[in-house]
Design a protein around this ligand. Structure first.
Ligand SMILES: [Zn+2]
Length: 546
């Protein structure tokens, strides 16, 4: 049962249930799309888990990315189920949990590659995969109906610079006894060929360091521990010191160095506030903000708002990332500004300084061939990506009837070697998180925000005498983002007349509750303003009784 990750990139969560046992794989969040104004992020709907708390045995995490762990602080404390994660993912989850109150009782257990965990009838094993964060695993689940293989996010990097390789042997062994089901990620299923090894990026870093004469500033995702390692290696080689700018990057850096996923001589680091003592040609700044995020360290540098780093001619700024669709414009505005300040800007189109963490077609086919599952469900990706993945599976000989394209909330039933999609579904909508509020922003709040953003808002304040129900004085009108009232005197006056009329219809009797009148004002003034302006601002009637 997928709760998330089917139909979108993010908030990955898949449930497995057998008899009296229920487990989840991953518990991720997703960043909102552009229609969800002001929403910080979105998490899966935990209704089904709450209802079945008694049989919920635990959550197994594939790796430490936000779209796989980000919902844990919101879902796990209430349900109090054990969470199993690789050591790095565990450290990252604990950092996240530390930011929320009432999460001290949540227990995160670390698993090692060769561990076996029993959760009810399910026996869980792991196989190492390559991905854009260390300590990423796929999961093998022995169930009474057969073996289920879940890849998590992966690529196959045969020259992975950290020396940790995809455990193809274990997967091949599992494939010898035809597993029941393969769940495999689909993010890059449209792209032919094989991904470039992370090793090539390390070589590009060396090239870049050899050329640069001034400061080097490298921006990447905060979680790109491998890129931090490349930069540290090159810094050692070229005699530069390294500083880190950006809170989230520091968090990842600290977690990864503590666990030994980043190796460097201690003395190479320099605190951000001491960089003025280091000559330009001897300094590297690692920074967040490669996606053009507002307020990120790189954005502050580009717009002269960073207190320690002012961009100047001679600086080399490298964006070691590729734009997530939707971020292109803000990235390009940052690049423009960096150039304006005189920096040399390196990005993935003028130098190979980024490679994806998600498998291309040849790697996806390799997994299908190794596992040779009875049934196949493409996961993690929008519909079109999963369709492409389905075509790849057809190409390697999986029969069409054995491939299922699911939506969040669908239920697949496997019994006696047969599979069928049930008519029933489980609740799998989205829960929106805004600041400290979880789920309190619903469709209505969102609709109001959309109306305000598109058409502005219009507040009508009417002071009414309680006894007579009559207006005490002319209603006050406030417009924000709708019309500039000083230039729309006529419209303002006519609106006032309309409001007076609506209230006049009720005068003489003092209603117990004004909601009726408020509703009429909202509707009638809404229609009036639409006729006059073809706009639909958010209308807020306020009635004050005196
Ligand atoms: Zn990932």
């Amino acid at each position: 049962m997928p709760l998330g990750g089917f139909g979108e990139i993010g908030k990955n969560m898949t449930l497995l249930e057998y008899g009296n046992d229920l487990i989840a794989i991953d518990c991720g969040m997703m960043f909102p799309d552009e229609t969800m104004l002001g929403i910080d992020y979105v998490i899966p709907d935990a209704t089904y888990l709450r209802k079945n708390r008694a049989k919920f045995r635990g959550i197994v995490i594939t790796h430490g990315h936000e779209d796989h762990i980000g919902a844990i602080p919101h879902i796990v404390p209430e349900l109090s189920v054990p969470v199993y994660a690789s050591p790095l993912a565990k450290a990252l989850i604990e950092t996240r949990l530390g930011e929320y109150k009432g999460t001290q009782h949540v227990k995160i257990n670390a698993y090692q590659p060769n561990d076996e965990i029993r959760l009810g009838v399910f026996k869980i094993r792991f196989f190492r995969v390559n991905h854009s964060i260390p300590d990423s695993f796929g999961i093998i689940i022995d169930t009474p109906e057969g073996v289920v293989v879940h890849t998590g996010d992966f690529k196959i990097d045969l020259t992975s610079p950290d020396g940790l390789f995809f455990d193809l042997a274990k997967l091949k062994e599992v494939g010898r006894h035809q597993p029941l089901l393969l769940l495999s990620e689909s993010t890059n299923s449209d792209t032919p060929g094989h991904t470039i090894s992370e090793k090539a990026i390390g070589e590009s870093f060396n090239e870049l360091f050899a050329k640069a004469n001034g400061r080097i500033i490298i921006a990447s995702f905060a979680s790109r521990i491998d890129r931090m390692q490349h930069a540290l290696n090159a810094a050692v080689k070229f005699g530069r010191r390294v500083t880190i700018s950006g809170r989230s990057m520091l968090q990842y850096f600290e977690a990864a160095s503590k666990l030994g996923y980043i190796k460097y001589p201690r003395e190479i680091l320099v605190p951000l506030k001491e960089i003025s003592k280091i000559p330009d040609a001897k300094l590297v700044v690692l920074s967040t903000g490669s996606q053009g995020q507002q307020g990120s360290s790189l954005a502050r540098m580009a717009f002269r708002e960073h207190s320690q780093v002012k961009i100047k001619p001679g600086d080399t700024v490298a964006l070691s990332s590729s734009p997530i669709p939707g971020n292109e414009r803000s990235i390009s505005s940052i690049i423009n500004n960096l150039c304006r300040e005189g920096a040399e800007v390196i990005h993935n189109r003028n130098m190979q300084i980024h490679t994806t963490g998600h498998a291309y077609q040849e790697e996806l086919k390799t997994i299908l061939q190794l596992v040779k599952p009875r049934f196949f469900i493409p996961i993690h990706g929008e519909y079109h990506m999963r369709v492409s993945h389905k075509k790849l599976a057809l190409g390697v000989g999986v029969p069409e009837a054995d491939i299922f394209l699911l939506e969040n909330g669908d239920i697949m039933e496997f019994h006696a070697g047969k599979a069928r999609k049930l008519k029933d579904t489980i609740p799998a909508g989205i829960v929106m998180v805004d600041g400290l509020g979880v789920g309190d922003v619903g469709e209505i709040v969102l609709r109001d925000r959309q109306a305000m953003a598109k058409e502005g808002m219009f507040v009508i304040i009417a002071t009414i005498e309680r006894k007579s129900g009559k207006l005490v004085n002319s209603p006050d009108l406030i417009s924000r983002g709708f019309v500039y009232m000083r230039e729309q005197e006529e419209l303002v006056n006519r609106t006032r007349m309309e409001v007076k009329q609506i209230i006049g219809r009720h005068s003489g009797k003092a209603p117990e509750d004004w909601s009726n009148i408020r509703q009429q004002i909202r509707e009638e003034i809404g229609n009036f303003l639409y006729r006059e302006t073809q706009r639909r601002p958010l209308i807020i009637p306020v009635i004050i009784e005196v």
